[in-house]
Design a binder for this molecule. Sequence first.
Ligand SMILES: [Fe+2]
Length: 321
Amino acid sequence: MSTRILQISDLHIGRSVTEENNFKIIVNHIIRKGQGEWQSNKPVIMITGDIVNDGDVGQYETAKGYLDQLHAKGFNLRLIPGNHDYGKKGNLALEEGFIRFKGHFSQYHDNGMDYPYPDNIDGHCLIGLNSMQSEYGLDGILADGELGEDQIEKTADLINEYRETSNGKVIVYLHHHPFLYPDDLPLRRVGEAVGHWLKDGKEFMSTIKDLNIDVLLFGHEHRHLKFTNTILNDRYNIPYIISSGKSSEHSREFPVLQNGSADQPECEYKAFADLLEQYEYDNEERERVQRELDRIPKELYGRMIEINDAGDINITNEVFV
Ligand SMILES: [Fe+2]
């Protein structure tokens, strides 16, 4: 029987009624399939952070109401926090935000919520990280993250220990994207460095590139990108690198080119968003890009990671309807 993991991300419950309504669609979709196609082989439901929008108690209560439904229907849940789970609009990380996260959600985990959080699922190794680990206190401003030396070392130790006795797959998941996207232009790169990226992403990636990880998953950036056979997969020695967009918002996915950039007209747009405000932009070009984008439908996406008995990995989009 194959192993199934369904990744969803960046739900931002409490931001507006749209996120909650779309999460309702996601939960109902999962429950429906759990009673049908997935009945004898339910996926582990993995949520890669930003489950709520401001770390508020009410938002946690709302999210828990939906997650309880999944748990009651026999789904295993694996959750990691993002910057929005710690405080207001993801820009002010308070320790009490994480205490709330644990208070509401740790019951879903078999062994609490200390990170790195390791699992053995059908002989495969799954490790969840907390990229807000070192973000309490004075440094807890803006939306960047940090794993901390200790967590990076522990993760490497866990993977090495697992490799000594097992030959299953190793899957690692965190909230923040641990490298800059190849198609980020200079303006955007500056913004990342000011307060959005994983501060010790470089250290993390240089550590894990020697560990033969099979799948790396994250969210935070709100871009659905599947990196396979790109220069990033070679550089980090990871065959599948999955960036999840915001699952609770209808959004688009664009194919990724071999150089790691998305084949996406919108990219250019995003990178120059600030400049567009200041300078006259070619309206004809803007309309052409928009027309091109409009042809591609927007969906509510999750990622289904399946590992079959032969050890082959297959990653597909789960479109929630
Ligand atoms: Fe985030």
